[in-house]
Design a protein around this ligand. Structure first.
Ligand code: S3P
Length: 175
């Protein structure tokens, strides 16, 4: 599992920095970067928000599970950034842990809310106060993140480069 030829997987709540840190890690490792939301969008021919609107959260989660399965099955070791709710599925948690080294990126809710700002495109935050939703999701999902992850890395007050340093150090240490 700690073999560096496995995928490097990032999980965590919206705003945790999975995409930015994942891109930075992929660049440094010269690996492909895979974002499960982007895989869902490619397969659906629609944005995440459109998939939620058309198919509901259940439809999105089914597509997300296909995306996680495909990302895990890639021959080339990749850096995989998972949508924040991907760990809710036990099948996803197992697939990610089996094929990757899974890092849970954390931050306090006020910092997560600052990072997500008022960007559109996250249907779970639409029309709501991000801090309220993120606080609820943090409570509901902590167990799932813990069950999925091999390590937890606190991103509070850290730039993308510093978080990537910490992620790659943990990855190498586990190898
Ligand atoms: C979600 C997180 C989003 C996206 C979708 C649902 C969630 O991804 O998958 O809006 O359930 O936390 P990011 O974590 O990349 O924003």
């Amino acid at each position: 599992m700690s073999d560096p030829s496995v995928h490097l997987v990032l999980v965590g709540l919206m705003g945790a920095g999975k995409s930015a840190v994942g891109l930075e890690c992929a660049k440094r490792l010269s690996r492909p970067f895979v974002d499960t939301d982007a895989l869902v969008e490619q397969a659906a021919g629609a944005t995440v928000a459109e998939v939620f609107a058309r198919e509901g959260e259940g439809g999105f989660r089914r597509r997300e599970q296909d995306a996680v399965t495909r990302a895990c099955a890639a021959d080339r070791p990749s850096v995989i950034a998972c949508g924040g709710g991907a760990v809710l599925s036990e099948a996803n948690r197992e697939a990610l842990r089996r094929s990757g080294f899974v890092v849970w990126l954390t931050a306090p809710v006020d910092e997560l809310s600052r990072r997500v700002g008022d960007e559109d495109g996250r249907p779970l935050l639409a029309g709501a106060t991000p801090a309220v939703v993120l606080d609820r999701l943090a409570g509901e999902r902590a167990g799932a993140y813990r069950a999925a992850a091999h390590v937890e890395i606190d991103t509070e007050g850290r730039e993308v480069e510093a978080v990537a340093d910490a992620v790659l150090a943990a990855f190498r240490e586990a190898a």
